[in-house]
Design a binder for this molecule. Structure first.
Ligand code: RTP
Ligand code: MG
Length: 139
């Protein structure tokens, strides 16, 4: 994946509360082009692998439970400086610390259930995008 791309998930809490449309609208309005997208559900093995970096953290079990409890929207987004700009758009991990107008400030419930994921590097964006999408599903 080119470095002008990032990977996102609208997490189960956002989907359950009916926020898919509002969040995608905000993403599009912020200049990101959707180049791959689907509604899907993570298995326990998927979530454990996706968040393996956090496996020693006290919240890991809770995180895997949360991320697998219902459908998510997975998408690859394209924009110049996509990884950094998308992290800015979603805001801090804890919505209490997130800037006004960010997706987490608007839609996240808590530090654990925070509505949206954004890749933290170009390398991880490529790995995470490839985890969910084949070349023929990416435009
Ligand atoms: P993400 O990977 O989902 O985009 O979130 P992030 O970079 O802002 O935060 P990260 O440190 O990578 O944490 C991954 C996800 O784990 C949950 N979390 N819970 N209870 C807690 O203290 C806690 N801390 C993190 C959140 O769902 C967070 O997004
Ligand atoms: Mg992270």
């Amino acid at each position: 994946m080119a470095t002008n791309r990032t990977f996102t998930m609208l997490k189960p809490d956002a989907v359950e509360k009916g926020h898919i449309g509002a969040i995608l609208e905000k993403i599009s309005a912020s200049g990101f082009k959707i180049v791959a997208m689907k509604l899907t559900q993570l298995t326990k093995a998927d979530a454990e692998e996706f968040y393996a970096i956090h496996s020693e953290r006290p919240f890991y079990g809770e995180l895997v439970e949360y991320m697998t409890r219902g459908p998510i929207v997975a998408a690859i987004l394209e924009k110049e400086n996509a990884v950094e700009d998308f992290r800015t758009l979603i805001g801090a991990t804890n919505p209490e610390d997130a800037a006004e107008g960010t997706i987490r400030k608007l839609y996240a419930e808590s530090i654990s259930q925070n509505a949206v994921h954004g890749s933290d590097s170009d390398e991880n964006a490529a790995i995470e995008g490839a985890f969910h999408f084949s070349g023929r599903d990416t435009f």
